[in-house]
Design a protein around this ligand. Structure first.
Ligand code: ZN
Length: 484
């Protein structure tokens, strides 16, 4: 506590306008103040090191009282304020301040290390505040002031998946010998989250950038760089020597790169970080899209995911927006298995052909936002309710519309054998199969269909992968039944 305040004081003393500021020695001083006002006064004291001015206090009290912000959001806005930023407080002391203001105690060593990792790996203070906001300690503190803790919505790509951020920042350090800058981290984590860039492509791009190329002085530097960027570790002697000899035998740098790219160690790391490597699709394969509408619904969706995982397949899930939060864990799991999460309207209440253009747009953006909140990226395709569209829908949907070429009628027959036969009697390369991950019979049908089609040589790919493999460039507002 003393160390914390002495550092704020020294920061303030360099700040001319703040010379008359009063040090308040401990949180006990404000224990008498209660309610929203007490919470706000305490934040001013502990975070800005001063009493709240009347206008400022009223401003925050009003926002908290009418619930336009949560208490966690207020703390985040204090940290982002010019006044706080002007103190130039180092990260470890910012974390200490957050412990104090949000958990009402000094940090413990293990906890502080844990949160410092987030900041050192490139996440923002807001990510740490969100973590604190979810703790029982913060909930209890807020309760003692009679206010709600609330939560925070992450607004930057670098905060959507801390492991992706760690990987990207690791590439900055390994290849460019520096930490990622905020705009760079947000740019690259956004591209990886949306799978526009895959992790191995990021490594390749960084190495071949102007900034990266000049850092590769010799074979040894190249090998050490690949170890750190791909595997997040130093080379062991045996491995290092192997690659030195590999290059000495006449192999190119790109051949070394390609071996790292397909290594099990890299793939394991990528998966443990919730990322995927670029799917390999050979044109002319037997490719098929299994698509599931109206979910997610974890009891069924997870059974389908188990089968896909077992047969190294991927499917596309056209999710209903207002179900996503409830079943977010299976949405995240599907994404991590390389499946595609796509838009099937916010609430699935109406066929889109019965709606105005603005209502169509509302249904689509509502679902897009729910997906973004969980996955950190927007979907790139949608399916209209019942497959129904007209010119108003096409003009307002803003995404390619994916229909189907094989209709299982699984929602009507609710029979695993009937559903399975509908697929097995019709499946051809380039087909898109319509199902619904709501019915146990559909999951049972998949237990028949997936092993059988795999035996016939089919690969189970997502809609976007199929379109790419068949050379289609999908256009927003256009409808597609299959890709052949
Ligand atoms: Zn539907």
């Amino acid at each position: 506590m003393k160390r914390l305040f002495s550092s704020i004081v020294s920061a303030l003393l360099t700040c001319v306008v703040m010379l008359n500021f009063t040090v308040l020695p401990s949180s006990a001083t404000f224990a008498a103040s209660t309610g929203v006002e007490g919470f706000v006064e305490r934040a001013y004291n502990l975070m800005l090191g001063r009493e709240a001015e009347e206008a400022g206090k009223n401003f925050w009290c009003e926002k908290l009282n009418n619930k336009t912000i949560t208490s966690a959001e207020m703390i985040s806005q204090f940290v982002e304020s010019n006044e706080f930023q002007g103190f130039n407080i180092p990260n470890d002391e910012v974390v200490e301040i957050l412990y104090n203001v949000m958990l009402d105690r000094a940090s413990d060593a293990a906890g502080k290390d844990y949160w410092m990792e987030f900041l050192n790996n490139g996440c923002s203070h807001r990510k740490v505040i969100d973590g604190f906001a979810k703790s029982t300690e913060f909930q209890n503190l807020c309760a003692s002031f009679g206010i709600e803790a609330g939560s925070l919505v992450m607004t930057e790509n670098r905060d959507m998946n801390e492991n992706v951020t760690k990987f990207v920042n690791g590439c900055y350090k390994a290849i460019l010998n520096r930490d990622g800058d905020v705009s760079g981290l947000n740019y690259w984590t956004g591209l990886i989250n949306s799978k526009e860039v895959y992790p191995e492509e990021l490594v390749y791009g960084f190495i071949h950038s102007n900034e990266g190329l000049v850092k590769i002085a010799d074979d040894a530097t190249y090998i050490n760089t690949l170890y750190k960027a791909f595997l997040g570790r130093e080379a062991e002697e045996q491995g290092f020597n192997y690659w030195i000899n590999f290059i000495a035998s006449g192999k190119s740098y790109d051949e070394v790169f390609d071996q790292f790219k397909v290594s099990t160690e890299f793939k394991t790391l990528v998966e443990s970080y919730g990322m995927t490597t670029k799917p390999v699709i050979v044109k002319g394969d037997k490719l098929i899209c299994l698509t599931f509408d109206d979910g997610p619904y974890s009891p069924v969706t997870n059974k389908i995911l188990d089968l896909l995982e077992q047969y190294d397949g991927r499917a596309t899930f056209f999710v209903v927006g207002d179900r996503v939060k409830t079943y977010e864990s299976c949405v995240i799991r599907a994404e991590q298995l390389g499946c595609e999460i796509a838009n099937h309207t916010y609430d699935h209440k109406s066929v889109l052909t019965s709606l105005s253009g603005s209502s169509v747009a509302w249904e689509i953006s509502g679902c897009n936002e729910e997906i973004y909140k969980v996955l950190g990226h927007y979907p790139s395709i949608m399916r209209p309710v019942g497959g129904a569209y007209n010119s108003t829908v096409a003009a307002n949907v803003g995404l390619p519309m994916i229909i189907w070429s094989v209709d299982t009628q699984d929602w009507k027959n609710r029979n695993a054998i009937t559903t399975a036969n509908a697929i097995l009697n019709n499946a051809k390369d380039g087909d898109i199969v319509l199902m619904h991950d709501l019915y146990p019979s559909t999951a049972e049908a998949m237990a028949i269909v997936i092993p059988e089609l795999a035996k016939q040589g089919f690969s189970f790919v997502t809609v976007s992968e199929l379109a790419e493999a068949k050379g289609y460039d999908m256009v927003a507002g256009e409808a597609y039944n299959s890709f052949k």
